[in-house]
Ligand binder design. Structure first.
Ligand SMILES: [Fe+2]
Length: 296
């Protein structure tokens, strides 16, 4: 039997669902062990005036997203006049508040520790995007970003398919992180603090990349670069319909975005101390496999 990402379907149609402690514990266990919380009835409403922003034409052409970065409120990746940019910013801000409310109600133990990172509106089509293999999210991968070391903080993401033409967002989900890591860890080069300092001096990283981020980034690159792995690794196709949402640890769940257009997304960074099942996190999985401590 293939070992693939389990989907836990939740019926809620509000960003403020009523949940009890038993349910919250189940959601934590599911997510932190590499499952996805799927909310098929949870869409995000655009006002009549906002619907015009469901178009790739508002992109500045440099970024695949229009986004707000963490608590910074100046919009990035967009073009438009002052009023249009303010309206896009308000829309993205509203999604951010909704996503935060959702996490507060589903996973209250994460608050106030979960730090908001980027909130994005992505209107470009995922299929057929012309990009380098490293940035090609149609290939199976777990998230790790070259310029943004997490220092061991987890990458928790809330997605909503806001496609106005009722089209799904199609993902492939891969095998458990531990299986992938066991295969690729022997190919990860040794960490060099000197090299990390050098690339940080050049401004390639926003902070000094530690060994954890070094390993995560190499696992990301090794999986994407391996054509045999992409073709033969266990994977399961899943369609997230329009007006549905899902919550996932994207640093743990192997995923490939096959197609889909119009999506909103909120990223949170969560310190490892605030996990309920730390044994299941990527750092501890890697440490068990390499049989030693790794620094963040
Ligand atoms: Fe990704």
């Amino acid at each position: 039997m293939l070992e693939v990402t389990p989907i836990l379907e939740l019926p809620f149609n509000s960003f403020k669902p009523n949940t009890d402690i038993k349910q919250q514990r189940m959601y934590l266990r599911h997510l932190e062990h590499g499952g996805i919380l799927f909310l098929p009835n949870l869409g995000f409403n655009f006002t009549a005036d906002e619907k015009c922003f469901l178009s790739p034409d508002w992109s500045d052409g440099k970024s695949k997203n229009i986004y707000l970065r963490g608590n910074e409120r100046n919009i990035k990746g967009a073009k438009g006049n002052t009023e249009e940019l303010a309206a896009m910013s308000a829309l993205i801000e509203r999604y951010s508040q909704n996503a935060t409310t959702l996490i507060t109600h589903l996973l209250p133990s994460y608050m106030p520790h979960a730090k908001p990172a980027n909130t994005s509106l992505r209107c470009i089509e995922a299929a057929g995007r012309n990009t380098s293999w490293r940035k090609d999210d149609r290939r199976l991968h777990a998230d790790a970003f070259p310029s943004k070391p997490t220092h061991g903080e987890r990458i928790l993401r809330v997605f909503t398919n806001v496609n106005p033409h009722n089209r799904p967002r199609m993902w492939n989900m891969g095998e458990p992180f531990a299986n992938m890591a066991a295969r690729f860890l022997p190919k990860v080069p040794n960490y060099s603090r000197q090299q990390a300092k050098f690339i940080n001096t050049l401004g390639i990283t926003k902070s000094l990349r530690g060994e954890y981020d070094h390993i995560m980034l190499h696992l990301h690159d090794l999986t994407k670069a391996d054509a045999d792995y992409q073709a033969s690794a266990p994977q399961m196709r899943f369609e997230f319909p329009a007006n549905s949402s899902w919550v996932v640890y994207s640093d743990l769940v192997l995923h490939a975005v096959l197609s889909g257009q119009h999506m909103m997304e909120q990223t949170f960074h969560l310190p490892q101390e605030n996990l309920s099942f730390p044994d299941a996190c990527p750092k501890n999985i890697i440490e068990r496999l390499v049989k030693r401590h790794i620094n963040c």
